[in-house]
Design a protein around this ligand. Structure first.
Ligand SMILES: Cc1cc2nc3c(=O)[nH]c(=O)nc-3n(C[C@H](O)[C@H](O)[C@H](O)COP(=O)(O)OP(=O)(O)OC[C@H]3O[C@@H](n4cnc5c(N)ncnc54)[C@H](O)[C@@H]3O)c2cc1C
Length: 419
């Protein structure tokens, strides 16, 4: 049964993440916002050690378990599965600390999610085990290309051509979160979506693991961004980039199956969109708490339990914000609970992301508005959170694209009928 209380087994992780968020993220939040592209090594090293001490598994729970067994069979579980719920709580709390820094966590993020969603047991073992190695590593996933983002993966132009025991990749990827840290700053990897048959549209698309240091793979640009400035966003050029044959994710049969690659991209997003939503809500919670504390210092205390007609306008705004925040969190909880229960969650993942993205943007905007000059000033983090919030409505499917997915699911329309 789905529970609306935090499971007790998650409490230890929540305590640890809260400590990290309060002590290792908030104090340096402004610094890394103002020093874009500087690497937060203290945070990265600490999280790496913490992840090792907790037994690894990082941010890809059930797959990490499977990888430990190495035979693809399910691990024995006592009680309900909680892996994705644990991750959602972690993402929320770490983003309460700082969203940009959270995206620098060396525990397996979007690239690892792609490996977990599409890789074989052997590939999961090979690629995910490195998050608990001696040194921290970061991962990334590259789908977007200069000519298309929302229209992916149907319009992938990056090619993968088989040559004996290798794949040779050519193409350009842009806006790769953590691409520089995965390929240059650490010995990590990027999951690159490329086509093995450009004439086949989305049916030809497959995920490939490109490891740091592979000749022919270069980081050509780092974006200067509005928000999440602690996280690097890179452009990657693949020029005759040769990777081992085994680095195509999926079973050896994957080459022959037509819809496998596309399904893999969707499965990755079903797992990662709830984390983006949770991250958005952590930021929104930080904003609401700070706003209330500031108002309290000015003698404005939110009075609960009054009829709406007797509330002040500020009180009504604050209550509306709380409603938005809590209701969106329930959607996120449902989508991760479904992941843990291995139920299809495509609708709920997109619904939660749409709602959480909207909520983060609206709450941060409202907070800046309500405090006026204080909200706009760099004395508080509110203006930063206002800038950080918007990305949640952009990456991993924009608000419009996720709304389309929701509509298709509810109305039972196909892609051809509603696009
Ligand atoms: C900071 C940052 C980090 C990112 N990280 C990654 C990453 O790690 N990996 C990766 O692969 N990509 C990443 N992206 C890319 C991101 O996923 C894309 O920018 C996004 O999918 C939108 O694609 P696009 O840029 O081509 O915009 P477009 O698809 O051109 O969209 C432009 C506008 O048109 C709207 N639109 C497009 N199609 C439709 C439609 N059918 N109906 C209604 N509206 C529509 C969109 O919602 C948007 O508002 C990142 C982007 C940013 C800004």
């Amino acid at each position: 049964m789905i529970s609306f209380e935090m499971p007790e087994k998650i409490q230890h992780t929540v305590n640890l993440m809260t400590m990290v968020a309060e002590n290792m993220m908030r104090p340096v939040s402004r610094y890394f916002d103002e020093h874009e592209h500087e690497i937060p090594w203290d945070y990265i090293n600490f999280m790496h050690d913490a992840n090792r001490q907790m037994g690894g598994g990082g941010f890809v729970p059930s797959s990490g378990d499977k990888a430990k067994k190495g035979n693809g069979s399910e691990p024995k579980q006592e009680g309900p599965r909680l892996g994705y719920q644990r991750l959602a709580y972690s993402a929320e709390i770490l983003s309460w600390g700082d969203t940009g820094l959270y995206l620098c966590s060396p525990v397996g993020l979007l690239g690892a999610a792609a490996v977990a969603a599409t890789g074989t047991a052997e590939q999961k073992e090979r690629f995910l085990a490195r998050f608990t190695g001696d040194k921290p590593v970061l991962d990334a996933m590259a789908l977007t290309e200069p000519h298309a983002g929302s229209a992916m993966p149907a319009m992938v132009r990056t090619t993968a051509v088989r040559e004996d025991d290798s794949w040779v990749l050519n193409g350009e990827k842009i806006f790769v979160t953590g691409g520089h840290k995965a390929l240059i700053d650490t010995a990590g990897f990027v999951v690159v979506w490329a086509t093995i048959d450009p004439a086949a549209g989305r049916a030809g698309v497959r995920p490939f693991v490109v490891e740091a240091g592979t000749p022919g793979c270069t980081v050509t640009k780092l974006e200067h961004k509005l928000g999440i400035r602690a996280s690097d966003t890179a452009s990657i050029l693949l020029q005759d980039c040769r990777i081992p044959f085994e680095n195509i994710l999926g079973s050896p049969e994957v080459e022959k199956k037509t819809s496998e690659g596309f399904k893999g991209a969707m499965a990755t997003f079903d797992a990662s969109r709830p984390m983006v939503a949770a991250s958005a809500l952590g930021l929104a919670r930080a904003t609401l708490e700070t706003l209330k504390e500031y108002l309290q210092q000015k003698g404005i205390v939110l009075r609960y339990g009054l009829p709406r007609s007797r509330m002040t306008s500020i009180e009504r705004e604050l209550i509306d914000m709380e409603v938005m925040l809590r209701s969106a969190w329930l959607l996120v909880l449902k989508s991760v609970w479904m992941m843990d229960e291995k139920k299809p969650n495509n609708l709920e993942a997109s619904m939660g992301k749409v709602r959480a993205g909207d909520v983060a943007v609206r709450i941060t905007q409202k907070a800046v508005e309500m405090l006026g000059p204080a909200g706009y000033s760099r004395d508080l983090l509110l203006e930063k959170w206002f800038r950080d919030a918007k990305i949640n409505d952009l990456y991993e499917g924009t608000g419009q694209i996720n709304r389309l997915i929701v509509a298709r699911r509810i109305l039972e329309y196909g892609r051809e009928e509603l696009s």
